[in-house]
Each structure stands twice: as C-alpha cells, then as structure tokens.
Design a protein around this ligand. Structure first.
Ligand code: SAM
Length: 156
C-alpha cells in the first residue's frame, strides 16, 4: 500500500518483482496516469479514509508533511493497515531556507489549490516520530539519509 504515490516508480518496482501494489492519491491526474499504465490506483483523500485495506507494507514517500496537523490519526491508520511502515521524508528543503529561495519555495508548494509550506528538518521529524512512538507504542529505526530524505522503518 503506497499512499500519496504521485508517480509510479514504486508501482513499477513492485510489478517487476511480483509484488501486489495499491496506490492512493488525492490528485486526479496522478491516479489517471497510474490507472492508464495498468496499476491499481484509487482517487482518495487519505484524511477522509478511516479504514485502509490491509497490506504487508505501508509506504509514504515525500508526503508526511501534508498531514502535519493531525499526525496521530495518520499514524493510527498506518499501524492498522500494515505491520511494517516505510517513511521516506525530505528533511533538507528549500522551504526551510530563510531567504528569497525559501519564500519562493513556500509559495510554490500547494495541493489542490491549498498552500502547504510546512516541511520537516531531521530534528523535527525525529522529535515527531519519537513522541508518536511513545504514544502509539510502536518501534522505529532510522534506516538511512538518502539524498535529501530520511528513511524510517516503523514496526508494531
Ligand atoms: C510531494 S508529492 C510526493 C509524491 C511521491 N510519493 C514522491 O515521493 O515523489 C505529495 C503527494 O501527496 C499527495 N497528497 C497530498 N495530500 C493528500 C491526501 N490528503 N490524500 C492523498 N494524497 C495526498 C499529492 O497529490 C502528491 O501526489
């Protein structure tokens, strides 16, 4: 289960390796594109879904920042969906730049017309995960810093 998939890179990897893939995204263009390529993609708003289909692995890449206002309910959904979750989240972002570049980056970040300028740093992401792990009682490990993304694996 990949939420906020955007592109079909992981879907293609799964197909090559005989792994079933289901994707959810709020963007009609991304969903239509994935469906056209033969993938099992659905147009859904993750914030509006209460029960996600069960999966072996839950993946969210480059998208956690969209749910900054209600991380807890997202994590509850993830934990309910799969025994293992992979989060890949950018922690080096132009939006965190204090100068003109940061202002431009913030202005250009939007989903369905709504501006979403918030981004994590390594520190704020790890603080958030640590707090949630205590509250929701899950384990996590930082797998690596890959390019600009911190990759975190969560298990129940
Ligand atoms: C920055 S893109 C990341 C795309 C891809 N996962 C990647 O790593 O390149 C964020 C994605 O989250 C999707 N998204 C944002 N809010 C969403 C929501 N509430 N429900 C489902 N998808 C959402 C957007 O449509 C977009 O495809």
């Amino acid at each position: 289960m990949e939420v906020c998939f955007g592109d079909t890179i992981i879907a293609e990897h799964c197909k090559k390796n005989g792994i079933l893939w289901t994707g959810i995204d709020i963007n009609e263009i991304f969903v239509k594109y994935a469906v056209k390529k033969g993938f099992n993609a659905e147009l859904l708003d993750l914030e509006q879904i209460n029960d996600l289909p069960k999966a072996d692995t839950f993946i969210i890449s480059g998208s956690l920042y969209h749910f900054q206002n209600d991380q807890e309910s997202l994590f509850k959904k993830m934990l309910d969906c799969a025994p293992q979750m992979i989060i890949s989240e950018p922690v080096i972002n132009l939006s965190n730049n204090k100068g003109i570049i940061g202002k431009l980056a913030k202005a250009s970040a939007s989903v369905n017309g709504k501006t979403q300028a918030f981004r994590y740093t390594e520190k704020t992401l790890l603080e958030t995960i640590e707090q949630l792990s205590k509250k929701l009682k899950f384990k996590y490990r930082v797998e690596s810093l890959f390019d600009k993304d911190l990759i975190i694996v969560i298990t129940k």
